[in-house]
Design a protein around this ligand. Sequence first.
Ligand code: TXA
Ligand code: MG
Length: 316
Amino acid sequence: MTVGPEIERAAALLRAGRLVVFPTETVYGLGANALDPVAVARVYEVKDRPATSPLIVHVASIEMAQSLVTSWPEIADRLARKFWPGPLTLVLEKKSAIPAIVTAGLSTVGLRMPAHPIAQALIRAAGLPLAAPSANRFTQLSPTTADHVRESLGDDVDLILDGGPCQVGIESTVLSLTGPHPVLLRPGGISRAEIEAVIGTVATASELVTGAHPSPGMHARHYSPRTRLLLVQDGKVPDQGNGIYLQHQHPPSRKDVEIVRMPSNAHEYAAALYDKLHQSDARHQDWIAVDTPPGSSDWDAVNDRLRRASVSGAIL
Ligand code: TXA
Ligand code: MG
């Protein structure tokens, strides 16, 4: 794509330490110069994000990624060549050029090359790696349209680049390559099966017995709408209150609830999910009930986000 005046303006803002929201194929990112600790501090401030949550650094090429890490293992090379640009974040040992605030003090950094042409053009025009978390307040739903960003962050950012709805719609897969074995920290746009087809078996964070959360996206109550979200089986919605039902396969047990039909395919479901939740949330009903999708592995990322967004236990 040609670099238009808006990209040039955005790149100049980033070089000056300002914040620019940009579209990626997963969700919109709140971007800052990853090499500028003051700009990155403002990202945490605008998001209300605790300083213990590391940010993903976005690059425009494998060479840019290599320049930011102390080693680029062969396995990283294979994965990057297969899945970049795309929704896969690789966690590697960082160089000191990346300030500690970007990685919440960790010696590692999450790197990803986004597939969206606006994201790529922006990183190239700025000539900088961009630290960018999802462009929402901490614990709230991630944005998949520029309108979602305006509703959530409004005037707190210097510029919002509108690239239309995000195609993948769910955050990147986060894979750590710093230990003896690859570890899946967050399921996302690239499935575990796709990764295993390239590098063999990977462990998931939940299979490892560790005291700390290896990835803050693992915290419960992440990615939540304000309305109570309930994951229901066989269409069994609450008897009381007014609600919205996100139907996948089962019709709801009550006839007087508003039905939102969800796509049957996992990729299309993921692409639609956050927007449907944003819209349902804006209706201020008593609850949003979600028809639990299948448990097969192609639904891992969707089920992960739904579990984190839902409240457990009975309501009303
Ligand atoms: O698709 C995405 O990944 C989007 C777009 C904007 O690229 N970004 C995103 O960023 O979801 P955020 O900040 O909302 O989530 C970053 C995830 C968190 O789960 C964080 O813990 C993990 O990446 N992460 C980042 N750096 C890490 C590191 N050094 N070690 C372990 N996990 C890391
Ligand atoms: Mg996020």
